[in-house]
Write a protein that binds this ligand. Structure first.
Ligand SMILES: C[S@@+](CC[C@H](N)C(=O)[O-])C[C@H]1O[C@@H](n2cnc3c(N)ncnc32)[C@H](O)[C@@H]1O
Length: 129
């Protein structure tokens, strides 16, 4: 990551609230740690991709990590099933390279098609099984 990312108390609290309200959908009680986010972003070699899809961005910890690794002309599409998370992300991350899609991962093929694409260069998924 080029810049140090931080998960705010407000963001963590919102994540934990949703984890209690929708435990099966959210899957974990806490958002990903900064160390995990950094490892994911680096291992995926995102700096080489032009079109990236993230499944289950939650409150955006991983999303910010991906954005920090991406090039300026790369697009990130984040697909999230929880509308409350989508609204939270829309307010908290204002990066033109990010497109938020309120949909289910199961519809990924159609989501990609709707973006005028046929495939992704990289995919990051953190949805529960
Ligand atoms: C464990 S959280 C991951 C949050 C975040 N990526 C992180 O690293 O902190 C899982 C996320 O997947 C979302 N999710 C669960 N099922 C989904 C589905 N079928 N399609 C899209 N998102 C889904 C949940 O709403 C939640 O935001």
């Amino acid at each position: 990551m080029t810049k140090k990312q931080k998960t705010s108390v407000k963001e963590s609290a919102f994540f934990i609230k949703n984890a209690f309200l929708k435990p099966k959908q959210v899957g974990y009680l806490f958002p990903s740690t900064q160390a995990l986010i950094k490892t994911i972003a680096q291992q995926a070699q995102l700096n080489k991709a032009k079109y990236i899809v993230e499944l289950g961005p939650g409150t955006g910890g991983t999303t910010r990590g991906i954005l920090a690794q991406m090039q300026d002309d790369t697009q990130l599409v984040a697909v999230e099933i929880n509308k409350d998370f989508i609204d939270f992300l829309a307010k908290s991350i204002t990066d033109k390279r990010l497109k938020l899609v309120h949909d289910a991962a199961q519809n990924l093929k159609q989501v990609i098609k709707n973006q005028g694409r046929e495939a992704t260069d990289a995919g990051i998924a953190a949805i529960p099984a």
